[in-house]
Design a protein. Structure first.
Lengths: 112, 113
């Protein structure tokens, strides 16, 4: 199975600070059809996860453009350009290139 | 788009439970669907997937015990949980599609004697 390693496990930020989260895969996530099925989710406390970024870098409708995704192959990054209070929670990367799908362990974003 | 899970509860080890996920607001038959679970205080754990053509994939931890299915006429996704273990205790979510674009609110399954 594909292992997704997220770093750091915890991130402390001040409002307005820019932060990045890394997601590294044990195998390339490039599908034979040319797509890379790497998505980023945010789970706020007590809520189900919500989609932020899909196909590495495509911003889900309604998600603020301070969120951006980048990467290819096995290395991916989620960047938040100017953290806001509503961004606090746990961020997960998830791959759907390979079966079974797998999630990263999560990165908890806290206020410093 | 709305996904609403139901069927959770408290069940003894070794017993069975069937979860449902009622879908609305989109053409259910056109989408693959997932079940994902989250043990208390833990991260997300992928459980099973069913494609729009009803092909299935399972996590090793549930293979042979859980069965995912769908009824397109009823716009409903199911997860049959058999031979339940204490480690199956979790919130179970259904989610839509390859990008996990929509999630239900989740349903709690507690396995305890």
């Amino acid at each position: 199975d594909v292992v997704l390693t997220q770093t750091p496990p915890t991130l402390s930020a001040t409002i307005g600070q820019s932060v990045s989260i890394s997601c590294r895969s044990s195998q390339s996530l490039l599908h034979s059809n040319g797509n890379t099925y790497l998505n980023w989710l945010l789970q706020r406390p007590g809520q189900p996860p919500q989609l932020l970024i899909y196909l590495v870098s495509r911003l889900e409708s309604g998600v603020p453009n301070r969120f951006s995704g980048s990467g290819s192959g096995t290395d991916f990054t989620l960047k938040i350009s100017g953290v806001e209070a509503e961004d606090l929670g746990v961020y997960y990367c998830v791959q759907s290139t390979h079966a079974p799908n797998t999630f990263g362990a999560g990165t908890k974003l806290e206020l410093k | 788009v709305q996904l609403v899970e139901s069927g959770g509860g408290l069940v003894q080890p070794g017993k069975s439970l069937k979860l449902s996920c009622s879908a609305s607001g989109f053409t259910f038959s056109s989408y693959g669907m997932h079940w994902i679970r989250q043990a208390p205080g833990k991260g997300l754990d992928w459980v099973a997937y069913i494609s729009s053509s009803s092909g299935t994939v399972y996590a090793d931890a549930v293979k042979g015990r859980f069965t995912i299915s769908r009824d397109n006429a009823k716009n409903t996704l199911y997860l049959q949980l058999n031979s339940l273990k204490s480690e199956d205790t979790a919130i179970y979510y259904c989610a839509r599609g390859y990008n996990y674009g929509y999630w239900g609110q989740g349903v709690m399954v507690t396995v305890s004697s």
